[in-house]
Each structure stands twice: as structure tokens, then as C-alpha cells.
Design a protein around this ligand. Structure first.
Ligand code: DGJ
Length: 692
């Protein structure tokens, strides 16, 4: 027997993965909180050995990093392979060697003509990245290849994420039971429906306490997750590209990286580590020290109706409100008056813009803002010059159903990538643009991993050629949010819903995985364009101020009072974004289900801001105290309610925060909590704390 271990992280997110082999593909004997440095791994491996009884084979097939059907493993296999001609292959791998360096472990197994490498990498952010690589002497067909397979815990529940357009990031909690929980994105994107995240919450785990393990598959092209409880009681979890995504035979295949985390401080330990990992490792910031600018986006203001005079007037108001980047959305190219034409024709529409975009950009620059532009490069409308010239560039069958009147370009083709690289580059060369909103608005007609690799290659080439340009990943809102795309982009458009009530909940749940600095959030129109709800400016503005802040409405609709509120919140956000965007979001365990609350804490715990959103009417008459999280228990904080003016008429008692500051220890704030004034539904209290 041979054993290895890999450790990552510190404190409550310190984790260990320990492995052993008895001659076959190695198996994980421990994935969880860090083991003592002197843990005897041979004893640990011995202690993991199971008994046998009736109804079983005479040996328990190992739950290895790649459970093999060729070794009679009776659950879902980690690899499904055939010859190039289609005959099933059932290789039985033998362990060959381990290569271990600082923070890296590579385990190599071989079978007739095949080499399987499992690579584990410990990152300074506390994440362990796991990847599988397969090489074959002769071309083979891969139907399924799992990233290194892990044993799932025996206690607790599965929390995964579900969503749809305008309702992204909903948490599903499922109890384990014999059989399989299978989630698959077959839409060519990581998807609104089943984004590639899972948390195994230990029994009784809350946001602030308990144990949890989590995985995130860093791939944008569609994936599969299998969480299976075997008849013998063992549990396994597998992630990989969607079934059949490798459409061609080949001699080399690899999975994306599966990011693994462990926490002994509840779900917030997972959230903090994922937030840190995306912000400090995955995202490649052009200028890391640059403050995240306040955005203005014109989509819900003018849609396709681009007129210089209107946009210039809106830009004036945006700058006056404090915006620092003006983003011109869909409608500037080809003959794009609605969504039925022109995708692919990335040339400025001279009917709308006779002098090109120069006059608008000059105006925006004069107002002190930078300029961003919308593209949807992977797509083509049948009604476009590009499609007429290159009908063969389309992905999928000729008689496929369109989506939003559009087709997808085949990005596995070098000439398609070259065309798109040049088209985008020419616009970036002609105009001073520091930001691209990169959209992707349809489900793919086929599942094909080559499309995913193609988009990464195109984005990589554009980033190399234009290193100062930031990119936002948008896919009808949050249809492509994952660590794969975020390695090439800098912001995600969480949702097309700017309804603050919907956003409050979505942002709260997405914070399990996403840091504030990449999560775009805009103050939308008074009457939401996706729900019809009319919400007060204070609520809309403070909810957007929880994340990377911006506006998206016709700002000419603002009343004097609304403008004053928006301006005040914007200037508060600018004054605080430095520490907030570098800090952590802690989701609070609110004892009132009507209250969705979080506290954002600076890296040194020297300051915090509490956002307590009243999503609906509470059952009880008075608010329950909110226990904060992530503070220094022994430190003293001066605590101040920032928006006392939002107190409703019916708030008539002596709540201390309405009339002044309080000075309390972190311990008191975290254990007894903060007593807020009563609140109307669709309102939010914002409380600032500074260590004294
Ligand atoms: C979908 C995006 O999510 C919207 O924000 C907007 O950019 C439209 N596409 C434009 O067509």
C-alpha cells in the first residue's frame, strides 16, 4: 500500500485530501477538514477498509479516482470509452507512479494502450483543483470522463443550484437516498438551469456553523454532476463535461478543473473561500488596484433605439449621478433594429451613427466616464451578411430550431475564431473602449466540448491583444457563470432581472460562490421591466450597492427625490468600495425567514456593513435581532444606521439606531445581535460598523 496527502487552506477552510492504492487507480480515503500533520495514513487507509456480506462480490470494487466498470464497480463509472469504431472498452488500470511536488500531486495509472493521470493542485486560496487527463495510443471515443472522483460525506444534505432566466441562483436542498441525483447542463453553457456548483452540508450546518464540503466544476460548455449512493452505502460524486460532449475520436482528453473546498465554519467558510479564490486567483484583472467603476448600461433605457441626442442626455445624467463607465448595449451594429437580424455583422450602423461611435464616446469621455460596448460574437442571425457569406460556419444541423432568431457559430473552426478576433479587434482599434459586455443568448443546438474550448481560445487571444480591456460574461443574464469563463472575464451579469426584490435573494444565494467585485448589480427602472413591480429608489439603490454597482434605466425618469437618493448611495458606494470589494460577504442566519441579510466585512475586520432586506412581511410584530458574523469578537465597533430616513410611518418606538450610534463588541453583535427598527416589505436597512 502507498498513501499520499495534499493539504490546502488555513483556519476553518483548511482541508486534506488523502489517498491510497492497493495496486489499482488510487482512491480517496479522506476528503475533509485538515488532518493532523502526523496522521498515520497507512492506519487511515486500513481504517477505511470495509467488511463483506451476502449479496456482494467477494471483494468490494474500489471507489477510486476513476471507478472502473472493468473492475465490477456497480455504480456510475468514472470513464466510459470505446474504440474509434465503437466497440466498448473496459480497461482495468494499474497504478504506475506518483509525482509529488510542492502543492501538486500527479497519480499515473496505465492500462493496455491507455494512460490516466489524476492531478491534484493545492492553491494558496485554500481550494484544491482536481483534473483528469487521458492519453491513448490509438484514437478512442470518450463518452464520459470524470474529474477525479471523490467520496461524498455520509451525513447531511446536498445543496445545489437551480435557476432560469430572471430567477438565477436558487438553492435546492436534497436528502441523500439510494440511487442517483444527476444534474446535467446540455445547453452548451454552464447554464441558468443547473450551474456547476454543489455543497454537501453536514448535519445541522448553518451559514455560520457546522461542516461543509463543496465543489465547482470550472467549465462553461455544459457539464454533468452525479451524486450517487451505492447499494453498499458508500457515496460518490462525479463532475465532468456533459455526456457525449467529446464528439470526435482522439488520443488526448482532459476534464476541466474541479475546485474542492472544505469548511468547519458552516456555509460561510465555503463562501469566503470561493469568493477569495475567484477574486484573487481565477480572475485576471488588467489593473488589480483599479477601483471597480460605477457602471451605466443603456439596455433598459433605450433598447435598440439608439439616438445620439438621447444617449448623450442620459450620459449627462449618469455622470451627474456618479457613473464612471458608460456601456452601449445591443443595437449599434449592422441593421439591428430588433433581435431578428445582424448578429455577426460587427460594423457600426451608419443609419444610427453617421459619424460612427466617435461623437458619443467623445461626449462620454468629456463627462469623465470610460466607454464599454456590447457584443455577442458567438452568434449569427440568418438575416446577416455573415450568414449569407458563410452558411457553413453555423454550428449544428441546417434544419435546427433557432433561438432568439439566431444561430450559433462553430468556434471549433479556426477561420471562425479568426473572423471574430478581427471583427472585435477592429472595433477596439478604432474606438477607445475599456470594457466589453460579452453576451450569449441562446441554447446550443448540440453538446460539443470543442465549442467551449473555442470560446476560451478566442477570449484568450483577444485578452492577449487587448490586455487593458475588461470583459463581462452575460448569457441572457446569468446563463454562463463559472470559474472557467471567469478566467477570461472580469464581471458576470447575474440576471436580467433588475427587480431589487428578486436581486436581494439571488445575490444572497450567489454569494456562496461569487465575490462582490465580479457580481454586476444595477439600479433598474422604477417599474421593473421584468416583473412590473414598482419599488422605491432607496431599496433599488441599496440592493445594487451590495455588489458591483451600476444603473440601468432612462435616468431622465428620476424625480428630484429619487435623484438625491441615488446620488447619495452612489457616493457612499464609491467611498466604501475599496474595502468592500476586497472583503467578504457573510450570509447571516436570520431567525426571521422574511429577512434576507448579509454582512460584508473588511479583510482586517476593521469595518463592516450590514444589509438587512425585508423580503416580505414578518410573522411576528417586531423584528428579531440579527446576529452578525465575521467580526472580531473582542473588538469594539461603532455602529450607525445609514438610512434612518427609510423608517416607515408605523415605526414609532425608541429603537436606538434610529436616533444615534451604538458602541458594541463584535462578540455582542455576533451573539445577541442587532435590533433593527420595523420595516416595510421591499425595504432594506443598511448599518455601518467601524472598529474603534
Ligand atoms: C441579454 C442581456 O442579458 C441583456 O442585458 C441585454 O444585453 C440583451 N441581451 C441585449 O440583447
Amino acid at each position: 500500500m502507498t498513501e499520499w496527502r495534499l493539504d490546502a487552506g488555513t483556519g476553518a477552510s483548511a482541508q486534506t485530501i488523502a489517498l491510497t492504492t492497493a495496486g489499482g487507480v488510487p482512491e480517496v480515503i479522506w476528503w475533509g477538514a485538515a488532518l493532523p500533520a502526523d496522521e498515520d495514513l497507512a492506519q487511515l487507509a486500513a481504517s477505511a477498509r470495509q467488511d463483506l456480506t451476502g449479496g456482494m462480490l467477494d471483494a468490494l470494487p474500489p471507489l477510486s479516482l476513476c471507478p472502473e466498470p472493468g473492475r465490477a464497480f456497480q455504480g456510475q463509472p468514472g470513464l466510459v470509452l470505446s474504440t474509434a469504431e465503437g466497440a466498448p472498452l473496459l480497461p482495468a488500470f494499474a497504478f504506475e507512479r506518483a509525482e509529488q511536488g510542492p502543492g501538486v500531486l500527479r497519480l499515473v495509472s496505465v492500462a493496455e494502450g491507455l494512460r490516466l493521470v489524476h492531478e491534484l493542485r493545492a492553491y494558496p486560496t485554500g481550494v484544491i483543483g482536481l483534473r483528469t487527463l487521458l492519453d491513448a495510443k490509438r484514437p478512442v471515443r470518450v463518452h464520459w470522463l470524470a474529474a477525479p472522483v471523490l467520496p461524498a460525506p455520509q451525513d447531511g444534505d446536498i445543496i445545489d443550484v437551480h435557476g432560469k432566466w430572471t430567477r438565477e441562483f436558487h438553492l435546492n436542498r436534497t436528502a441523500w437516498s439510494p440511487g442517483i441525483r444527476l444534474r446535467e447542463s446540455r445547453t452548451g453553457r454552464s447554464g441558468h438551469e443547473h450551474p456547476p456548483y454543489v455543497i454537501f452540508a453536514g448535519r445541522g450546518a448553518t451559514n455560520a456553523a457546522g461542516t461543509a464540503l463543496a465543489l465547482h466544476y470550472a467549465w462553461s460548455g455544459g457539464h454533468r454532476m452525479v451524486a450517487e449512493e451505492l447499494p453498499d452505502g458508500r457515496r460518490q460524486v462525479q463532475f465532468g463535461h456533459a455526456w457525449g460532449a467529446e464528439t470526435l475520436t482522439g488520443t488526448h482528453f482532459e476534464t476541466a478543473e474541479l475546485l474542492a473546498l472544505s469548511s468547519t465554519s458552516g456555509l460561510n467558510g465555503i463562501a469566503a473561500a470561493f469568493q477569495r479564490d475567484l477574486r484573487d486567483r481565477v480572475v485576471q484583472w488588467p489593473v488589480p488596484a483599479r477601483a471597480r467603476p460605477v457602471h451605466y448600461n443603456c439596455w433598459e433605457a433605450v433598447y435598440f433605439d439608439h439616438k445620439l441626442a438621447d444617449l448623450a442626455a442620459i450620459a449627462d445624467r449618469a455622470a451627474d449621478m456618479g457613473a464612471e463607465r458608460f456601456v452601449l448595449d445591443d443595437g449599434w451594429f449592422g441593421r439591428r433594429d430588433d433581435d431578428t437580424s445582424s448578429l455577426g455583422d460587427w460594423v457600426v450602423d451608419r443609419r444610427k451613427w453617421p459619424d460612427g461611435l466617435h461623437p458619443l464616446i467623445a461626449h462620454v469621455h468629456k463627462l469623465g466616464m470610460t466607454f464599454g460596448l456590447w457584443f455577442e460574437p458567438e452568434m449569427v442571425n440568418p438575416d446577416s451578411d455573415l450568414m449569407r457569406a458563410h452558411p457553413d460556419w453555423m454550428l449544428g444541423p441546417a434544419d435546427q430550431v433557432s433561438g432568439r432568431h439566431q444561430m450559433v457559430l462553430d468556434l471549433s473552426k479556426a477561420e471562425v475564431r479568426e473572423y471574430l478576433f478581427n471583427a472585435v479587434s477592429e472595433i477596439l482599434a478604432e474606438y477607445p473602449i475599456d470594457y466589453i459586455k460579452w453576451d450569449h443568448n441562446r441554447l446550443l443546438p448540440v453538446v460539443d466540448a470543442a465549442q467551449g474550448r473555442g470560446i476560451y481560445e478566442l477570449l484568450g487571444a483577444l485578452r492577449k491583444a487587448h490586455p487593458g480591456v475588461e470583459i463581462e460574461s452575460c448569457a441572457s443574464g446569468g446563463g454562463r457563470i463559472d470559474a472557467g469563463i471567469l478566467a477570461h472575464t472580469h464581471r458576470v451579469w447575474l440576471s436580467d432581472s433588475n427587480d431589487a426584490l428578486e436581486r436581494l435573494r439571488m445575490q444572497h444565494d450567489a454569494a456562496l460562490f461569487l465575490p462582490a467585485c465580479v457580481t454586476g448589480s444595477h439600479v433598474g427602472p422604477r417599474k421593473s421591466h421584468t416583473s412590473g413591480r414598482v419599488l422605491p429608489m432607496s431599496f433599488r439603490a441599496w440592493v445594487a450597492a451590495q455588489r458591483h454597482f451600476g444603473f440601468e434605466m432612462d435616468l431622465r425618469e428620476l424625480t428630484v427625490e429619487e435623484a438625491a437618493t441615488l446620488k447619495a448611495v452612489t457616493s457612499w458606494w464609491k467611498a466604501n468600495r475599496g474595502w468592500m470589494m476586497a472583503g467578504m460577504i457573510h450570509r447571516l442566519d436570520s431567525d426571521d425567514p422574511a429577512v434576507i441579510a448579509e454582512v460584508q466585512v473588511a479583510q482586517d475586520a476593521g469595518r463592516f456593513v450590514l444589509f438587512a432586506g425585508q423580503a416580505e412581511t414578518s410573522t411576528q410584530i417586531l423584528p428579531r435581532p440579527l446576529r452578525l458574523s465575521g467580526l472580531e469578537p473582542g473588538a469594539t465597533y461603532r455602529v450607525r444606521l445609514l438610512n434612518a430616513e427609510d423608517a416607515p410611518r408605523q415605526s414609532r418606538g425608541p429603537n436606538a439606531l434610529k436616533s444615534g450610534e451604538l458602541t458594541l463588541s463584535g462578540g455582542a453583535l455576533m451573539q445577541r445581535g442587532l435590533q433593527l427598527p420595523v420595516a416595510w416589505p421591499a425595504s432594506i436597512w443598511v448599518v455601518e460598523g467601524i472598529r474603534v
